[in-house]
Design a protein around this ligand. Structure first.
Ligand code: SPV
Ligand code: MG
Length: 668
């Protein structure tokens, strides 16, 4: 594609402004002329070949173009009779250099980037017109039929729109028009507009009318035009554009969309908070503070700000950008409510939404997959529990006892009120792990087998893991368990202060259970803390006093002792439906210890909302067995249905489709 700029004319109506240089060199802002503005737009669009017709002050013009230092190759063609002919003859002189798709513009035309991008990106030949401007008395108008330009000239008023001489001409259309121009010039018809030749073709060139409405696209014919256009240009260049980014890897696709957005005005980038990114996508590998630095260092980015939530509301109200830019991938799907809100806020103050086609490039997807894979590496995964806890204050974990349940915890998301919710971590429960193996929850499933479960889960997921370590076993054994878990990338082990044959806590006092002494259990915690190699790994002490009905004082005494021995978190358990004893414990513990995280397993006291637990001072909520308790009855039901019906048909409606299974479990 080549740009053809017509600059042979005299520009006499500009008065003294064109006494030393051609009209196109007239300044339209402090450091821009009409021509430098056009040439930068051409270069930014990736066009490298410029054919320029010259005449008046041609050497001044040639020197000026070269001095701009733009990545453009120029072919200057002087019209030797520029003062006696119209630009049809200048094009005729340049015809040998014009065998390509052509972007044609007059040298006195000023247009904003969005107009030029639309012209360049047009699939068909096109000419810029405006459906909103009044028809000018003495300037070009285009007669339009079915969206296509039929005639262009000054004297057409019917079925016409104001038109500006900025065209894209596909090679075939251009050839037809150029041939006609050649015919005109060779029969000495050189004092007319090139469009007179076009009009003779009677719409044979398929030139679409590109409606630019009120966007800036104006010719400068006299000093009054210059004043108006310069003021409009200033306004255009002062527009602000807002974009949000959640990415922690910047690739070519991001740079391309940033460049496009920058062409619309001063670009403000909102960097989405870690919490918002983790909520809707995945935990960011690079924290928001660092992501901000990345964007601040991209050339031409005007400002980088924080965006706390997926919703743009706060920032749109604060910065009132003229334009918001986004990929068109949010028109449907879970981001739609966010988009709807943006549209309505923009409408309230006259802002505009510009959506670019979303790139599904496989190489960018591969990068994202690599980032996800990195999240599953032991060091990265292990440290993430602590980081998420610090970031959110309250986190949730859901039980997983196999690869498939791990994937369910990993991938289940709900979209609520324009936000996203997903679990932060996985709980590898002794009850559910044992149940899945058809064994009782009495530390019968040995560590090797429990590690195998962790391995299965880890292989297919990235979320942090909290491991149910039962009693931790003998202290001499526990230290090895700590090291193994840490090496595997587990983030936290929870051990309960019981000894001897452990039974599940939910049996309470119905079975014989022995609580460990404070001294012994503190020693176990201390030994575990000494054994671990990294600062990330957490040991949580679980207190069984309320389960075993030993009273609140015992529970609190133990909690303070265990925290004092180095426990990174305290889990308090209860099997009562009424949460009062849990609330009392939290309140009393928090009176003296404001920081040690409190872990809760609300299997029995399940009517309390997470928000209330958070307000009261709890930090980790574990949904300890719900996948097991819902999954196995469904299986039992399927088995019964088949037995009762002597065939599988009746079971079909209860089954997940194979397609859904395949979606859940991607093939690598
Ligand atoms: C588990 O899930 O294995 C637990 C929690 O230890 S509970 O079953 O409530 O004791
Ligand atoms: Mg357990």
């Amino acid at each position: 594609m080549k740009a053809l700029i017509l600059n042979s004319g005299l520009g006499t109506r500009m008065g003294v402004l064109t006494s030393e240089h051609p009209k196109c060199m007239t300044e339209i802002s402090t450091n821009e002329t009409i021509l430098s503005h056009q040439l930068k737009q051409i270069a930014d669009a990736g066009i490298t070949e410029v054919v320029m017709t010259t005449g008046f002050f041609d050497s001044v013009l040639v020197n000026y173009c070269q001095s701009l230092g733009l990545p453009l190759h120029f072919t200057f063609v002087k019209n030797p009779v520029y003062d006696k002919t119209n630009y049809i003859y200048s094009i005729y002189c340049a015809r040998e250099s014009l065998d390509d798709d052509i972007i044609l513009m007059h040298g006195d035309l000023v247009f904003e980037n969005e107009v030029f991008d639309k012209v360049v990106d047009s699939e068909t030949s096109c000419m810029t017109v405006s459906s909103t401007l009044e028809l000018p008395e003495k300037d070009f108008k285009a007669v339009i039929k079915d969206g296509y330009v039929q005639k262009v000239g000054i004297d057409f008023f019917n079925d016409a729109m104001a038109a500006q001489p900025l065209y894209k001409l596909k090679k075939d259309d251009w050839k037809k028009w150029l041939d006609k121009m050649v015919e005109f010039c060779e029969s000495d018809n050189t004092k007319v507009y090139a469009e007179n030749a076009l009009n003779e073709l009677d719409g044979q060139c398929n030139i679409a009318a590109l409606d630019v409405q009120n966007m800036l696209c104006s010719e400068i014919d006299n000093p009054e035009d210059l004043a108006v256009v310069s003021a409009r240009l200033k306004e255009v260049e002062n527009r602000t554009v807002y974009m949000t980014f959640s990415t922690d890897i910047i690739h070519g696709g991001h740079i391309a969309i940033i460049k496009k957005a920058q062409r619309l005005g001063k670009l403000i980038i909102g960097v989405l908070s870690d919490e918002a990114v983790a909520g809707y996508k995945r935990y960011p590998l690079v924290p928001a503070s660092e992501r901000k630095v990345m964007f601040e260092n991209i050339a031409g980015v005007y400002k980088v700000v924080d965006q706390k939530t997926l919703s743009y509301k706060e920032n749109l109200e604060q910065y009132k950008p003229d334009i918001v830019v986004h990929g068109d991938d949010w028109v449907n799907g879970f981001q739609k409510p966010v988009r709807d809100e943006v549209v309505s806020i923009l409408a309230s103050y006259g802002g505009k939404l510009v959506e670019f086609p979303y790139s599904n490039d496989s190489k960018y997807k591969a990068m994202e997959d690599r980032a996800r894979a990195e999240l599953s590496l032991p060091d990265v995964r292990r440290s993430r529990l602590k980081k998420t806890l610090e970031m959110k204050g309250l986190i949730t974990a859901m039980e997983a006892h196999s690869g498939i349940t791990g994937l369910i915890v990993e991938k289940t998301k709900v979209y609520q009120d324009g936000g996203t919710k997903q679990f932060d971590a996985m709980w590898v429960s002794s009850l559910c792990d044992s149940t899945a193996k058809g064994k009782p929850d009495i530390e019968l499933v040995d560590m090797t087998s429990r590690f195998r479960t962790i391995d299965d889960i880890m292989e297919v997921t990235t979320k942090p893991i909290i491991f149910d370590g039962d009693t931790g076993g003998l202290t001499e054994h526990f230290v090895y368990t700590v090291r193994s878990l840490e090496r595997m990338g587990v983030s936290m082990v929870i051990i309960e202060d019981k000894t001897g044959l452990k039974k599940n806590s939910l049996f309470g006092t119905e079975v014989q259970q022995t609580q460990d002494s404070i001294e012994n259990f503190c020693e176990k915690i201390k030994a575990g803390k000494r054994a671990q190699k990294t600062a990330d790994f957490m040991i949580c002490a679980r207190i069984e006093s309320l389960i075993l009905e030993r009273g609140m004082d015992d529970a609190l005494e133990r909690a303070f002792a265990f925290a004092g021995a180095g426990a990174d978190a305290i889990m308090i358990h209860s099997r009562k439906k009424d949460p009062s004893e849990i609330f009392e414990f939290i309140e009393k513990f928090r009176e003296k210890d404001k920081t040690t995280p409190i872990v809760l397993v609300p299997t029995s006291f399940n009517a309390v909302y997470e928000e209330e637990f958070k307000e009261r001072g709890a930090n980790i909520i574990i949904y300890a067995n719900q996948l097991t308790r819902t999954g196995f009855p469904a299986m039992q039901d399927a088995a019964k249905t088949i037995l009762e019906n002597h065939r599988a048909k009746e079971c079909d409606d209860k089954c997940m489709s194979i397609k859904e299974i395949i979606t859940l479990i991607p093939e690598e």
